[in-house]
Design a protein around this ligand. Sequence first.
Ligand code: PRP
Length: 207
Amino acid sequence: MTYELSTPIIKTLISSLRDSNTDALRFRHNVKEITKLLLNEALKEESLSTKTVETWNGSEQHEVIDDESFVVVTVLRAGMPMLEAVMETLPNIMGGFLAMKRDETTHKSKLYYDRLPDCSGKKVILVDVMLATGGSLSDGIDIIKTKNPLDIVCLNIIGSPEGIDVIKNRYSDVNIYISQIDQKLNENKFIIPGLGDAGDREYNTPE
Ligand code: PRP
């Protein structure tokens, strides 16, 4: 299933991402803010465990997410602030990395580095800012699936209808939580209206 979270707060943060005057610091900040909202929605049905908390009023049992049962995997570069955001909220979660670069002629992504922890029996949260053709996300899902996860959920900031269809058709068992599905891909497979190259916007490299 695909869940689009176009709430007023999220729309406002995305409009700021689209603004080419938004600098890299603010861009990464907004990506992190949106990621936390997506994470909250994606885990809203999550069952809780109880732990002993030493409170001002003595020792009490309180509810917590078992963050050690999750792995967050990011697609470099653009997904890096999203991994940071998830790890700020769930500090004991394990982090994994997939480095991919989309070839701008063939529009296909190429994996050049991976560093995944043991995903066996874990709930994997795969994060990437853009879901354009869906090639990078598909490759990421395929790699994670070889590691026997319990399930996979994707968090994305901006997507195209074409990319969403690719993931939906290939993976009926993977849910996508996305903050904005834009109009379309152009002939160069860029999302329209989109927000430019997210990796370049985040890290001050020329587009
Ligand atoms: C962008 C983006 C995704 C990918 C999406 O990465 O961050 O990983 O493209 O495109 P797709 O759905 O067509 O595969 P890019 O290759 O620009 O690398 P970067 O993050 O280093 O800028």
